[in-house]
Design a protein. Structure first.
Length: 87
């Protein structure tokens, strides 16, 4: 249960940051923001790990967060393209 709540919180943070980074207006709700943010975090974490990055100092994993936000921005763009939602 704790992992699901953690995924929702991380998804909300990543999704909100992605929507801030993306310049145009995104007419999507909070649920899709959380879903796309969680997917961005999962895919971004997988990509960073696939390239062999390890956070050896035990601090904040900035590379994971940055890549996750970038992936979430791309996912929001894909979602808006598929659904045909306009400004």
């Amino acid at each position: 249960m704790g992992q699901i709540i953690g995924m929702i919180v991380v998804g909300a943070i990543i999704g909100a940051l992605a929507r801030l980074v993306k310049k145009d207006e995104q007419p999507i709700g909070i649920l899709w923001t959380i879903i796309l943010g969680a997917l961005g975090a999962g895919i971004g974490g997988w990509l960073v790990s696939a390239f062999g990055y390890e956070n050896s100092n035990g601090g904040v994993q900035w590379i994971h967060w940055i890549v996750s936000v970038i992936v979430a921005v791309v996912l929001i763009g894909i979602y808006m393209g598929i659904t045909g939602k306009k400004k």
